[in-house]
Structures are given as structure tokens and as C-alpha cells.
Design a protein around this ligand. Structure first.
Ligand code: FE2
Length: 198
């Protein structure tokens, strides 16, 4: 897929519309997770593009939460993002705020892993080390069932995402833990840079 933009443009746009460290960290995490999945699923040549979809997926959420995935096209058009990228971003709001279904495998992975990264991040913070490196699948499965834990992370969306991909929920969980373990350090490093600049 073509995004029509560079990572520098994507980062500038992300930081123009997002200030909260939590949102910036989430954007960087989903970027890293998407890159990991691209390689795993045989789309290594498109890892940059998958990553940019992850980086920008919540571009409108901080300032326009009521128009999530509806305001996004306008913001993305500011940097002339491709229609493919805009479709990918908007499709993660499928059945929530928009009627744009994930079609490409990349879009399904974004849909399935986005909310799950939030759950995994919250679960990791409960560990003595507070590190995702020590997170076990068993623990995540328990937290997934405990609907009060990180209640904002929609279990329905995660389950629907796994179904779209034709994956067992357990596979989605284990792979997304692995993806977050893979990118954790680089996410922290870049976030620290941005925070220092701000
Ligand atoms: Fe998200």
C-alpha cells in the first residue's frame, strides 16, 4: 500500500493534534506492533506503511473524541495522506463510529490489536517489574475475562478482530504480547525524546 507521506510528516501531524503522553505512547506502541505483524505475516516490504497506519490511527481522538474516525480524513488530508491510509485509519472505528469495515489484512490486524495493546499495557503495569517483558499469556487471559479490569478496552472489539482474522483469541493475545515486547524499548526512547522537547 502507498501512504503518500513520510514518517516525519506523520510524526509532525500526530504531535500537532496530540499532546498527552498516554496518547503519544499508544500511537508509538501501535506503530511498533503493526510493524512487527507486517514482518510476521509476510508483508515485510510494507512494514513502514503498516507502521504509519498504526502511528496515525487515533489522530483525531484527543481533540475530537466525539468524532473519532470521522474527523480523521480531514486531518490526514492536511499532509496529503493516500486514500488507502485514510481508509485504514477510519476502518478501526468499524461498528463503533463509522461503517467502514476493515478489508485488507493490515486493517484487520489494526482493528484486532489496537484495544488489546491497551489491555496488555495496563496488565504489564500490575506486574512487580511493570514491564511487558515479564507478562505471561496466562495473566492476560485472566485480565481479559475480568471485565472490570481496564474496562475501557473493549473485549467485543478484540474478539471481533480475532474473528475477522480467523485467529484464535489466544494467538492474537500471544502475538500482540510478543509484538509489544519487541517494540517496548524503542517506544520508550522516542517518547522520552518527544517529552524532553515539549
Ligand atoms: Fe487506538
Amino acid at each position: 500500500m502507498q501512504t503518500g507521506i513520510t514518517r516525519e510528516q506523520a510524526v509532525a501531524l500526530l504531535r500537532k493534534y496530540n499532546e498527552q503522553p498516554f496518547h503519544l505512547q499508544h500511537a508509538l506502541t501501535v506503530e511498533g506492533v503493526m510493524r512487527w505483524y507486517a514482518v510476521q505475516l509476510g508483508y515485510g516490504d510494507d512494514a513502514d506503511e503498516w507502521g504509519l497506519a498504526g502511528l496515525l490511527h487515533d489522530i483525531d481522538f484527543e481533540l475530537y473524541p466525539e468524532q473519532h474516525c470521522i474527523k480523521a480524513p480531514e486531518l490526514l488530508q492536511e499532509i496529503n495522506a493516500s486514500n488507502e491510509l485514510i481508509h485504514a485509519v477510519c476502518s478501526h472505528g468499524y461498528a463503533l463510529t463509522v461503517d467502514i469495515a476493515p478489508e485488507h489484512e493490515m486493517e484487520k490486524v489494526l482493528y484486532a490489536s489496537d484495544e488489546l495493546t491497551g489491555l496488555i499495557g495496563a496488565n504489564a503495569l500490575m506486574l512487580p517489574s511493570k514491564s511487558v517483558q515479564d507478562l505471561q499469556l496466562k495473566s492476560l487471559k485472566k485480565k481479559f475475562k475480568d471485565k472490570k479490569f481496564a474496562a475501557g478496552c473493549s473485549r467485543d472489539v478484540i474478539t471481533r478482530g480475532a474473528d475477522m482474522l480467523g485467529w484464535e483469541l489466544e494467538k492474537l493475545m500471544q502475538d500482540t504480547i510478543s509484538a509489544m515486547q519487541f517494540c517496548d524499548e524503542s517506544v520508550r526512547a522516542e517518547l522520552a525524546e518527544w517529552t524532553a522537547e515539549a
